[in-house]
Ligand binder design. Structure first.
Ligand code: HEC
Ligand code: HEC
Ligand code: HEC
Length: 430
């Protein structure tokens, strides 16, 4: 560490937090500030700060296929946190998934992505967690995973076989901006943790675009949300979006085409809204140059037949009638919505995919995330209590197949199945 030991001793004698010691040295203060920014980019708080809990004191429950586990206390408390960890210990935890406590971490901690962090950035993070975060005494909670799965030994095997050795970030991926985007997306941003499909053994099928085009091709299910592709492809991907659309979504949780919901809301609220415009632009430029994984999907082509029929009062079919009665008030008869308030359904990437995501949002409703630049949270109420399985299947089939959308129709059985697991938003239905 580069702080002045005398200042530290003085602050300890005076009972001042170590942060004060750092404040004396502008170089260290800059390092801590940079670490604070990087902790936001890495979204450490999303998992390490529990609801209504102290910052980074852990205890946040995460459901995994094998049981419930709890994130760790990563405040600098010497006894229950990581206060006694050296830089080496910290780097091993974050980049290799091995704890100073002598075990392999569950891969719910996204260290396969963090393994790409540069030494410089890891040092900045370390400085922040040691000196910019308040120590909190809060012992780690044991997982609710039962023996024998709770034995961490097989995890070490998992790590050796599937998780990469700390991979230095590979340079030469394009212009400086695209390269910055790749570094953020593959590494700290850990976008692939949700947006890349996983194998049965839980590892992501690709950790970067050089592995193969499965990287960020979508399909991993988080809380019953089908996570969309972030590649520049038709179908469920970002082919229809401009760089500015992507930047707006990551900053405000909405753009002229869509608004986010579910797991992506948390990512925006805790992480991407704080990224600089330059970093968001770099991410968007990087995503826009990813070649298609799905090479068969056709580009979206607007088709006005349904819009004209609805406009002329001809709603043929149960799905169309339900849409006019219940949905068109916000999403409009031409499916164009109202920019940044009510998402467009015509051409929406979600409605070019299997229909699970659309069923889910109609059943459970959705709320836009509140961000600093867009604090209003327009909601769509849940329809679970006021529409039966057939009706929801009819209206979802209608929006999946109208205005040129290419998604398949869905069945009442699919709706019945999802109905069992979703929790509707606590908002009264219109
Ligand atoms: C997606 C959730 C998630 C994110 C994001 C995340 N962590 Fe973790 N982290 C966890 C979980 C869960 C554990 C505990 C794993 C276990 O007990 O096996 C953990 C453990 C750790 C540990 C080991 C602590 C110990 O006592 O062994 C460190 C250090 C750590 N995380 C640092 C970070 C940092 C720094 C960031 C941000 C750059 C971060 N984590 C982001 C979920 C996350
Ligand atoms: C915790 C899981 C998770 C992580 C991590 C995550 N996302 Fe997402 N993302 C989702 C889910 C779920 C959706 C679908 C909901 C939606 O579209 O709002 C989504 C949707 C999106 C969309 C909208 C796509 C569309 O077709 O509507 C974009 C763009 C996006 N994510 C970008 C990113 C980027 C960039 C990162 C990394 C910085 C990232 N995501 C990290 C879960 C995640
Ligand atoms: C009161 C206005 C309102 C009504 C009525 C309404 N919606 Fe929505 N809808 C919204 C808002 C706001 C969102 C964005 C929610 C979010 O970001 O979580 C949304 C999101 C959606 C989405 C996801 C699109 C995306 O990109 O976020 C679909 C699909 C959808 N609505 C379909 C429907 C259907 C089908 C109906 C009728 C059964 C309906 N909506 C009725 C306001 C409405």
């Amino acid at each position: 560490m580069r702080h002045c030991p005398l200042a530290l001793v003085f602050s300890m004698l005076a009972g001042i937090a170590p942060l004060a010691a750092f404040a004396a040295n502008p170089a260290d203060e800059d390092l801590i500030k940079r670490g604070e920014y990087l902790a936001k980019v890495g979204d450490c708080a999303a998992c390490h700060t529990a609801e209504n809990g102290a910052a980074f004191a852990g205890g946040f429950p995460m459901l995994t296929p094998i049981g419930r586990i709890y994130s760790s206390n990563i405040t600098p408390d010497a006894e229950t946190g990581i206060g006694t960890w050296s830089f080496e210990d910290f780097s091993n935890g974050v980049r290799k998934g091995t704890s100073k406590r002598g075990y392999t971490l569950y891969p719910a901690m996204p260290y396969p992505s963090y393994s790409r962090l540069t030494d410089d950035d890891t040092r900045a993070l370390y400085a922040y967690f040691m000196h910019g975060v308040a120590p909190v005494k809060s012992p780690n909670r044991k997982s609710d995973i039962h023996w024998p799965l709770s034995v961490r030994f097989p995890l070490s095997i998992w790590r050796v076989v599937f998780a990469p050795k700390p991979q230095p970030f590979v340079k030469g991926q394009g212009t400086a901006e695209i390269e910055r985007g790749a570094y953020l997306v593959e590494g700290l941003g850990h976008c692939g943790a949700c947006h890349t499909p996983r194998a049965l053994t839980m590892q992501e099928k690709a950790l970067d675009d050089r592995d193969n085009t499965l990287y960020l091709s979508g399909g991993f299910v988080v809380d019953d949300w089908m996570v969309p592709s972030l590649r520049n492809e038709n179908g469920g991907g970002l082919a229809q979006w401009t760089v500015a659309d992507i930047v707006a979504l990551l900053k405000e949780g909405r753009n002229q085409n869509t608004a986010t919901f579910g797991g992506m809301n948390d990512v925006i609220v805790h992480s991407t809204q704080y990224m600089t415009d330059a970093d968001l632009n770099a991410i968007a430029l990087y995503l826009k140059q990813l070649s298609p994984h799905d090479t068969k999907a056709k580009p979206y082509q607007r088709d006005d037949t349904v819009a004209k029929a609805l406009y002329n009062g001809v709603a043929s079919g149960r799905g169309a009638q339900l849409y006019v009665d219940r949905c068109a008030g916000c999403h409009r008869s031409d499916g164009a919505g109202y920019a940044k308030a009510f998402p467009a359904l015509a051409g929406n990437p979600m409605l070019q995919t299997d229909g699970q995501a659309a069923i889910r949002i109609v059943l459970a409703g959705g709320a836009q995330p509140a961000t600093d630049t867009a604090p209003s949270t327009l909601t769509m109420a849940p329809y679970a209590a006021i529409m039966n399985d057939e009706q929801i299947a009819d209206v979802v089939s209608f929006i999946q197949t109208s205005w040129g959308n290419q998604g398949p129709s869905v069945t009442a059985r699919q709706v019945a199945k999802l109905r069992k697991s979703i929790v509707p938003l606590p908002v009264p239905a219109q």
